[in-house]
Design a protein around this ligand. Structure first.
Ligand code: ADP
Length: 259
């Protein structure tokens, strides 16, 4: 319903650069042990603003490593990661922490809300940590995820799907360059998952957010503009406008190949 039609050709290799580029990885590798295998082989990826990328692959293929390096949670062994044009490898710890807070949003499978804070306070947290409280933005963010009347509740009073909506509102509240979502629907039933994915799609289509979502679910990947498939730390395949049948077929082959 929120799917943008139109061409997304060249998304990864030749997306617009400069001001419209949300995320870029150049030759990014990650090796956990000296002399050990690369969890991520040299990877190149450019993602313009307003794009929704699904990252898929068998267990151990490097999805979390990619997400952590791209989000500035882990430092790559080599290569350059740029978020909104900023080379995050050049930042000292304090500046990197600030960039993560202000220019990156996170949505995890377990939503990581603070149980003792109200729903509105949870959404406000990234703004408060940055010293820029903004009640209007929090209220708007909650309204956008359909929870405008639940701001005073505690997270435990909400359903799992509603809690994940709060996590999305919190991830978007600073209007970040990129939202990284790690299995955001992994703990949800299909109907609730559908609502959460529709919200991510809406954030991309209506507000120009950029989303990178790790998922194992072909139905979830079908909401993205593009699916990137990893195997043994390499890009094994890419699919524009993925549909769940195609995704399912590629995943089956990858799992077969790695078995
Ligand atoms: P995925 O998210 O696709 O399951 P990961 O990125 O977690 O894959 O892992 C990729 C590879 O890197 C795997 O072989 C895994 O065992 C290894 N790996 C991941 N994290 C670490 C770590 N902290 N130390 C050593 N090896 C790791």
């Amino acid at each position: 319903m929120f799917r943008r039609q139109g061409s997304v050709a060249g998304t990864l290799e030749s997306g617009p650069s400069g001001a419209t580029e949300a995320l870029s990885l150049e030759g990014v590798t990650r090796t956990y042990r000296r002399g050990g295998p690369a969890a991520l082989a040299p990877l190149r990826l450019t993602l313009p603003r307003g794009r929704f990328l699904a990252v898929m692959g068998p267990s151990g293929s490097g999805k979390s490593t990619l997400l952590q390096c791209a989000a500035g949670l882990d430092r790559p062994s080599a290569g350059t990661v740029r978020i909104g044009g900023v080379d995050i490898g050049s930042l000292k710890e304090a500046a990197l922490t600030r960039l993560r807070r202000e220019r990156v949003g996170f949505v995890f499978q377990a939503h990581n809300l603070v149980p003792s804070l109200s729903v509105a306070e949870n959404v406000a947290l990234p703004l408060l940590l940055g010293g820029e409280p903004d009640d209007d933005r929090v209220a708007l963010g909650l309204a956008e995820v359909g929870l405008g009347d639940r701001g005073n509740d505690r997270p435990a009073e909400l359903s799992g799907g509603q809690q994940q909506r709060v996590a999305i509102a919190r991830a978007l509240v600073t209007r970040p360059e990129v939202v990284f979502a790690d299995e955001p629907t992994g703990a949800l039933d299909p109907v609730t998952a559908h609502g959460v994915l529709a919200l991510l799609r809406q954030a991309v289509d209506q507000d120009g957010h950029t989303v990178v979502m790790v998922t194992h679910d072909p139905a979830a990947a079908a909401w993205a503009d593009e699916a990137l498939f990893l195997a043994d730390g390499h890009v094994a395949n890419r699919l524009l406008q993925p549909d769940s049948e195609q995704v399912h077929g590629i995943m089956r082959n990858l799992k077969g190949a790695s078995a």
